[in-house]
Design a protein around this ligand. Sequence first.
Ligand SMILES: Nc1nc2c(c(=O)[nH]1)N[C@@H](CN(C=O)c1ccc(C(=O)N[C@@H](CCC(=O)O)C(=O)O)cc1)CN2
Length: 296
Amino acid sequence: MTAQVIDGKAFAAGLRTRVAAGVARLKAEHGITPGLAVVLVGEDPASQVYVRNKGEQTRAAGMNSFEFKLPADASEQELLERVAALNADPAVNGILVQLPLPRHMDAAKVIDLIDPAKDVDGFHVVNAGKLAVGAEGLVPCTPLGCLMLVKDRLGGNLAGLNAVVIGRSNIVGKPMAHLLLKESCTVTIAHSKTRDLPALARSADILVAAVGIPQLVKGDWVKPGATVIDVGINRVPKLDGSGTRLVGDVDYASAAEVAGHITPVPGGVGPMTIACLLANCLTAACAQAGLPKPAL
Ligand SMILES: Nc1nc2c(c(=O)[nH]1)N[C@@H](CN(C=O)c1ccc(C(=O)N[C@@H](CCC(=O)O)C(=O)O)cc1)CN2
């Protein structure tokens, strides 16, 4: 079997178009222009690219973009003060602090200060808790994007499917598991202490790899016909030694021979992260104005 490739880039472009239409409606009917504030601390090259892309895509969707850059040696207090100011700013509907933060800053403390209503990353414990109990809240962008891709491919009804999520981070693994559980999948979260991971992975109808180990998941870990979602973004040396290339947590070539559907890296899950951020910002702006959640 050769898997069908899930084109996350194309799906994300469609989602951004739907978000832009929702933003235009919100402006026309209620005079509200959603505003997204992104805070970057330091000069990590990948983070700089992601933040620039967020600003461009926010403006392209018709929303206001506010960008704040702090030097790598800024104090944690400075960052907390910036977040507090954004919490109080009515023009700002969504706040995102780009991760990772420099080592001297405590990301949990910073996220904890973000107003949960403006927490478009969905990382605040209030939003994590809402997801865990199945209540309406802001959902982390990457797992939300993964779920959209899976539902699009499998026809929307995931009930009864076996899902294995490799990775237990608060940002991807745990929220992904909750989202799949909400869809009535039978969900297992695997991690570094899991016994016989290949056998467990082979039981999955939906296999999500979010562990940060380049090409960990091999073709013989994949159940024939399974949907494989690769969240990994790992930069590794090219085989000929000329620079680097991006690979996922899945060994794409061997997994694609067995899977039914598979996301590539790049061009799979990655582009969904920013598209879902825009969707969350529109959702947050509507909720703050007492309006229903937009259908995207
Ligand atoms: N506060 C947050 N920080 C970080 C998040 C996040 O969701 N919130 N996620 C990642 C980085 N990220 C967005 O911030 C992000 C990662 C990857 C992509 C993407 O489009 N990737 C491309 C490849 C890009 C490349 O060539 O390097 C792809 O996979 O096709 C977008 C956004 C960590 N920090």
